[in-house]
Design a binder for this molecule. Structure first.
Ligand code: PNS
Length: 162
């Protein structure tokens, strides 16, 4: 079975990596789909940079491929021949939004959404907080994958001056 894990991944966090590792153990192929979310105006990395960070973070996982998509998740499901969509959930607040998206995506393309519950050791991590902490000079160790830590720390740290 092929699964699509769609997200902004701006940047990839240890929360994302946990979901990627767990989902890659469940499916034959996991496509990590990088989308531009027009509702998020405070982004830090362009789509190409986000892809490169994902590739570095997931390098050891043979059945994981990162790919950029334009437009709807429902259309990307067809483009990568995915059977299901995967999303991670952290809080009750996440679930409200995720249920709406899952129902809409099922209506649009027929794909079911599999939810993976974030573990206690990653539940506090969000990419928006990583961006804020990094831009304000805070330590991102334990929040982003080790393989991308120096690059993410340095890039966000430079942004506080721009
Ligand atoms: O990591 P994020 O920012 O929570 O991911 C959001 C994402 C990519 C899932 C959302 O922005 C999205 O679905 N974008 C594509 C447009 C789309 O399909 N919209 C309808 C959703 S039902």
């Amino acid at each position: 079975m092929i699964a699509l894990f769609p997200g902004s991944f701006d940047p990839v966090t240890l929360g994302h990596l946990e979901i990627i590792e767990r989902a890659s153990a469940l499916f034959d192929l996991l496509v990590v789909g990088v989308f531009h979310n027009p509702q998020k105006q405070t982004g830090a990395f362009c789509v190409e940079e986000r892809l490169a960070l994902l590739e570095r973070a997931c390098g050891a996982l043979q059945n994981v491929k990162a790919r950029a998509f334009d437009g709807l998740v429902a259309d990307a499901v067809g483009k990568c021949r995915a059977d299901v969509i995967v999303r991670g959930v952290r809080t009750g607040q996440d679930i409200e939004t995720e249920l709406q998206m899952a129902r809409l995506n099922r209506k649009l393309c027929g794909a079911e959404t599999f939810f993976l519950a974030a573990s206690p050791h990653t539940v506090h991590i969000s990419a928006s907080m990583v961006r804020e902490i990094g831009r304000l000079g805070g330590d991102l160790a334990g929040l982003v994958p080790k393989a991308v830590l120096p690059l993410v720390q340095e890039t966000l740290g430079r942004m506080k001056h721009s």
